[in-house]
Design a binder for this molecule. Structure first.
Ligand code: ADP
Ligand code: ZN
Ligand code: MG
Length: 485
């Protein structure tokens, strides 16, 4: 809320935001052909007559995209439509060789639902959705500094979801929190990798302002293609300030599309409503209507992983975790899965959490890696942790064994075997120690006179006698013990 003096009287302005979020679905193939959907491949490698729209080539809806779309709708609480349809959105652009995008305009596959998010005052809220529809992506143009432009059609026909929200009064940070929530949910159910830098999740933000107590929302402007949380937040702050200033000075807002310039921190007019393109939507004649059966919805519902709020509650109640330790564990579903897997190997949840947030996260953070590439299996981790519980070795020793395994890329199991097979039996150890002490009276005398130096020599003798089997710390304790008497 911003305050501005209006003819001597202070007026509170409220910002209203509506979002259009585009998420690229993480499918193997494109939406209407079997070409691979692969980011970062050599330009124009994954294309065929269908995705570049040769005349006469016919699209075939790939069922994997529909399954993905159903999962997205389920995790956002939408009503999935039994019957939906594709439409053509016609426009010209160099990266759209077909001259139209296949989208859903008249009959989207999902209606309603909402995005759970956290308000600035920490209360829970939901941003209602209007709809989600499926559509295909366009290609990519890049403009080089020497003036040439290049076109890469690999992205043509990659499957997208467009998630459209209702407008709602909210701050810039709350809007960013909504987008973060969508990204986390879509990642959680493996629908979208959520990589905003690569453009796999992008967002148009609609912004309007109104004086407090107004009955109707103000005229909105649309900020296109924001691809980071910072630009979402900053562009809303800057754009609502621009609108407030204009209105307070007696001006009016033009409904238009604006571009965010993140270096200059300004929004610039791109086109007004009057000159916005007429897409001449019409039903796609080459694709039949889509019917999504209850059975299919049920199958997808059953395949969904445990959702974050359910997992969180279970951890709080069953594992007695603290709120603060849950945050890093919930950051990615795979983190929690790794923890759960250690627990199912018999590790106590608290130990699993401590080891994960300590040793494992430190290793991953130092290398900016994800848990999927952690080189030690959950089974070996569990063996290591359980060994400390059975007093095979100390927690400190366990940590250095893990360190050794990670640094030398040697097998942790092998190191555990070695460390665990050390003889700890007091009687057996005492036998070796007493023999070594009686065979080395000079060393004993020196130590008893306060010279610690021969200690290492005696240790070495015991280790040799035991063929490396004696537990070093226990041996040391035992020698000290014997010589103290
Ligand atoms: P269009 O197709 O022209 O983009 P829509 O009716 O689909 O129009 O609305 C697009 C977006 O604009 C939606 O996300 C909606 O929430 C948002 N929106 C609509 N009215 C307002 C408003 N007064 N202030 C902010 N956002 C708005
Ligand atoms: Zn293709
Ligand atoms: Mg729009």
């Amino acid at each position: 809320m911003a305050k501005i003096a209006d003819g001597g009287e202070v007026m509170n302005w409220i910002t209203v935001v509506g979002l259009e979020i585009h998420a690229q679905m993480a499918t193997q193939t494109k939406m209407f052909c079997a070409c691979r959907r692969e980011a970062g491949a050599e330009a124009n490698l994954h294309i065929c007559p269908v995705c570049v729209g040769w005349p006469g080539a016919l699209p075939v809806l790939q069922s994997e995209a529909v399954r993905c779309a159903i999962r997205a709708a389920l995790c956002l609480g939408c009503e999935i439509q039994e019957l939906s349809r594709f439409d053509r959105k016609n426009y010209f652009y160099p990266d759209l060789p077909k001259g139209y995008q296949i989208s859903q305009f008249y009959k989207p596959y999902a209606l309603g639902g909402g995005i759970p998010f956290i308000r600035d005052d920490q209360s829970a809220a939901t941003l209602p959705l209007v709809r989600i529809h499926m559509e295909e992506d366009a290609g990519k143009s890049s403009h080089e500094s020497d003036g040439t432009s290049r076109i890469d059609l690999n992205r043509c026909s990659s499957p997208l979801l467009e998630i459209v929200t209702e407008p709602m009064m909210m701050s810039s940070t709350e809007a960013a929190s909504c987008v973060r929530s969508v990204r986390n949910l879509l990642r959680w159910v493996d629908v979208c990798d959520g990589d905003m830098e690569k453009g796999n999740l992008r967002c148009d933000v609609n912004v309007s302002v109104m004086p407090e107590g107004a009955k109707e929302y103000g005229t909105r402007t649309e900020l296109k293609n924001l691809n980071s949380f910072v630009s979402i937040e900053r562009s809303i702050v800057v754009e609502s300030a621009r609108q407030i200033e204009l209105l307070a000075a007696g001006g009016t807002i033009r409904q238009e599309t604006r571009l965010w310039d993140q270096d200059k921190e300004i929004t610039e007019s791109m086109r007004g409503k009057e000159d916005s393109p007429d897409y001449r939507y019409f039903p796609e004649p080459d694709l039949p209507a889509i019917s999504i059966s209850n059975a299919e919805i049920q199958t997808q519902r059953e395949s969904l992983p445990e959702m974050p709020e359910v997992r969180e509650l279970r951890w709080l109640e069953e594992y007695k975790f603290q709120e603060r330790e849950i945050v890093p564990l919930m950051a990615r579903r795979a983190n929690g899965d790794f923890l759960e897997s250690m627990v199912s190997e018999g590790v106590a949840p608290t130990d699993a959490s401590n080891w994960f947030r300590g040793e494992i996260l430190r290793y991953l953070n130092e290398r900016s890696e994800k848990i999927e590439s952690f080189p030690v299996s959950t089974k070996s981790m569990a063996r290591l942790i359980l060994a400390t519980k059975e007093d095979l070795f100390s927690v400190g020793r366990a940590k250095s064994l893990l360190q050794e395994a990670l640094e030398a890329e040697s097998s942790l199991d092998h190191l555990i075997d070695q460390a665990g097979s050390q003889v700890q039996d007091e009687g057996e150890l005492a036998g070796w120690v007493d023999q070594v002490l009686s065979e080395n009276p000079e060393a004993v005398t020196k130590i008893q006179a306060g010279d610690e130096k021969p200690m290492g020599f005696l240790m070495g003798q015991v280790m040799r006698l035991s063929s490396g089997q004696a537990h070093p710390r226990k041996v040391q304790e035992l020698i000290k013990d014997r010589l103290a008497n």
